[in-house]
Ligand binder design. Structure first.
Ligand code: XMP
Length: 326
């Protein structure tokens, strides 16, 4: 039987009751597959890996070892949320790896977007591999592969842009949501008790803020980007746009412009706002952010974020622009 093809008669998981049935069935299947062995999982905090983690915790508890790699390119509060939800609330075995300096040192001076992506992908695998080698007797590798990953690529998550783990680490794969579409993964996540902010999270690229801190990443611009992004998300949530707009974020380019603050001339970076709607990310339209909200976001970013003296609003659809800037 081809286990990578969704059976034609498979019912779409749209309700809590259907999600419960799926969870029950998977928990049983996972227990049968895993037995008393251990499972390793790279837990980014994204919807897919979080749902797989929650399923595995329900099925095999402490036999699951989650590894959360903080590569320094996550949004504000994300590593803390992963630790809070999985270690504190779900009592999972969670290894938190602070790899911020490693990633930022490797990325220093690298301006070419694809090169940046390759470095982030390769370093991620290296860090994960180091953790895997430290742990004995791991037999299984959990993965948050979902059905579109199988349909669109060769089943490898898009953010693993380079290869995979070395061959001597030959784990057997555990992919409990590989036949589900994204909306179904969310329904299952909700039924597993994950917080809404995790379950309904907007898409976030694997290379994270790395592709939004344009050109060669510097720590100060990256911090400014993280703070500006947090303000945008806060304001969208406060104004009922969270969960309504498909993807929204800020970008910090690597050029400065002149401004004035407290009677003094400044020479600082702009922040670009982007908010788009789409169904498949192949084309996208612009969210028409109400003007008073734009003004509020601009006011907050320019007063609260260091090194920023200007806010721009990108109103270009896809095509001819892409959603991300790099
Ligand atoms: P673009 O910029 O191509 O983006 O219009 C389409 C969607 O893909 C996301 N994206 C990425 N996701 N790794 C990812 O995992 C990447 O390198 C990457 N680049 C873009 C983007 O955020 C949007 O949702």
């Amino acid at each position: 039987m081809d286990t990578n093809t969704r059976p034609e008669n498979m019912e779409r998981i749209t309700t809590p009751a259907l999600a419960e049935a799926f969870i029950e069935e998977q928990v049983e299947a996972l227990r049968a597959q895993i037995g008393k062995e251990k499972v390793l999982l790279a837990l980014s905090g994204g919807v897919d890996s979080s749902v797989v983690a929650a399923l595995l915790i329900k099925a095999v508890g402490k036999q699951l070892v989650c590894v959360h790699v903080n590569h320094g390119l996550l949004r504000k509060g994300e590593p803390e949320q992963v630790i809070d939800v999985f270690r504190n609330q779900m009592d999972a075995n969670l290894i938190y790896v602070d790899a911020v300096d490693r990633f930022l040192d490797k990325l220093a001076g690298v301006a070419e977007p694809e090169q940046k992506r390759k470095i982030i992908g390769a370093e991620f695998i290296r860090v994960f591999e180091e953790q895997a080698r430290r742990l004995d007797d791991i037999k299984f590798l959990g993965q948050g592969t979902i059905y579109p990953d199988i349909l669109e690529s060769d089943g490898v998550k898009a953010h693993h842009n380079v290869g995979g783990l070395p061959e001597d680490l030959d784990f057997e794969l555990v992919e409990p949501v590989k036949l589900l579409f994204k909306d179904e993964v969310r329904v299952v996540g909700k039924a597993l008790g994950l917080p809404d902010s995790m379950v309904y999270r907007q898409p976030f690229p694997g290379p994270g803020l790395g592709v939004r801190c344009l050109g060669a990443i510097t720590r100060d611009r990256l911090e400014a980007l993280r703070e500006a992004d947090a303000i945008l998300r806060e304001e969208f949530a406060a104004n009922g746009l969270e969960g309504k707009v498909w993807q929204y974020f800020t970008v910090v380019p690597d050029f400065k412009s002149v401004g004035v603050k407290d009677g003094k001339r400044t020479f600082a970076y702009p922040v670009i706002l982007r908010a788009v709607n789409t169904t498949d990310a192949m084309t996208a339209t612009i969210e028409d952010i109400p003007y008073p909200l734009l003004a509020k976001i601009t006011e907050r970013i320019t007063t609260e974020v260091d090194m920023i003296n200007r806010v721009l609003y990108d109103i270009t659809p896809k095509p001819c622009a892409t959603i991300e800037w790099e």
